[in-house]
Design a protein around this ligand. Structure first.
Ligand code: PLP
Length: 388
């Protein structure tokens, strides 16, 4: 140091010392979220569709992205009406519910959709609630948007306990309630009567707004919606009568496009208008829009694949029960099973045999995604050895 005086009377900091970064105190020391991405033969840990897109889909996506690339000097369409229309058409076929394209919104994965919901409806002084065990990212959306996080408990069989929901709503007056159906990591779908009841409870359970009790925005996260069993309706059916309902969906799971990063939601136009206030301009790239549109053109082929995965799930659940394991009832493309005195030991034994699953959920349980028939066989053989 030269010792030269700075313009103020404070001494100049020593340039040889690494400056401290002003990371938010609540983030200091935390680990980033994410399941291990390991290069092993059988990956059954993040609930992807195990089948790669067909050559026709790949070709269509490549050609569409190529055409979009020719216009990349321009920003993409900020409101992407064509994609919203294609998503609305898809929902009409998949769930038999016709939603206006203006009631659809999309972002880079449903994680981003739900983060935007909390940016608009959560925030400092607001509360978001959910019921555990459930998707662990919910807590992170809350943390990242300065929204107070409250977690109640699910009841028997990991079902929603309506008395508990009522208690939590009355006590916390949350602005947002996040409910996954089918739930991750348990696979449990919400009983449609329960969703209806929750929507009634939530009509005036939110924070005070202009002197009156607002609603709690109820987000039903149907990331795994397409895997629900026959006869289980989508919460989309309730949208018309409930402007405080949001149904979130994704192309990452059943649609087999996890790498695309395209999630979306259906909600009343007022909700979508609110999201527009917080979304970053041009958040959905022209390449993403083009690829998603191309993939949606092949929805029929995809929907045939879903039936196969559902059958594979049910057969795997039955096999696990035969082997003496406890199995949570699943409407998703994964199964929570257990319980093991040392689940980490079972996880490691499977990994040593080239099979990656997930340590998640209540103590003693493990989660496995439904893979191809060959992957399922490899999992079964490895589990038999690991638990022999
Ligand atoms: C319940 C649930 N919701 C949302 C997501 C996020 O999916 P994406 O951001 O890929 O759409 C996941 C991913 O695992 C999930 O399990």
């Amino acid at each position: 140091m030269s010792g030269a005086a700075s313009p103020s009377s404070a001494p100049m900091p020593d340039v040889r010392v690494r400056p401290l970064l002003p990371l938010r105190a609540d983030l200091a020391g935390l680990e980033p979220y994410g399941a291990p991405q390991l290069d092993v033969p059988v990956r059954l840990n993040v609930n992807e569709n195990p089948f790669a897109p067909s050559p026709e889909v790949v070709e269509d996506i490549a050609a569409s992205v190529g055409r979009a690339a020719a216009g990349l000097n321009r920003y993409p369409d900020r409101d992407f009406p064509e994609l919203r229309e294609a998503l609305a058409d898809y929902l009409a076929v998949e769930s038999h519910v016709r939603v206006d394209p203006e009631s659809i919104w999309a972002a880079n994965g449903s994680n981003e959709v739900m983060l935007q919901i909390l940016q608009a409806f959560g925030g400092c002084g607001r509360t978001v609630v959910s019921f555990a065990p459930t998707y662990s990212m919910y807590h992170e959306y809350a943390r990242d948007t300065c929204t107070h996080w409250v977690q109640g408990d699910r009841g028997d069989g990991f079902r929603l306990d309506l008395a508990e929901v009522e208690r939590v709503l009355e006590r916390e007056h949350p602005s947002v309630l996040l409910l996954a159906s089918p739930n991750n990591p348990t696979g449990t779908a919400l009983d449609p009567r329960a969703v209806h009841r929750v929507l009634d409870m939530a009509r005036a359970s939110g924070p005070l707004v202009q002197g009156g009790r607002s609603a709690t925005l109820v987000v039903v996260d149907e990331a795994y919606g397409e895997f629900r069993r026959q006869g289980v309706p989508s919460a989309l059916e309730l949208l018309g009568d409930h402007p405080h309902l949001v149904v979130s969906r994704t192309m990452s799971k059943a649609f087999g496009m996890a790498g695309l990063r395209l999630g979306y939601m259906a909600a009343a136009p007022e909700v979508i208008d609110s999201i527009m206030l917080v979304r970053l301009p041009y958040h959905l790239s022209a390449l993403t829009q083009a690829a998603a549109l191309a993939a949606l053109r092949h929805r029929d082929a995809l929907m045939t694949q879903i039936a196969g995965l559902r059958a594979e799930r049910d057969a795997l659940a039955a096999w696990l029960v035969e082997q003496g394991h406890q199995v949570a009832e699943s409407d998703a493309n994964f199964i929570l099973f257990g319980t093991f005195p040392d689940r980490n030991a079972v996880f490691r034994a499977l990994l040593e045999r080239g099979v990656l699953i997930r340590v998640v959920g209540p103590e003693g349980w493990l989660r496995v995604s439904v893979g191809t028939p060959e992957e399922t066989e490899a999992f079964k053989a490895a589990l038999k050895e690991a638990t022999a």
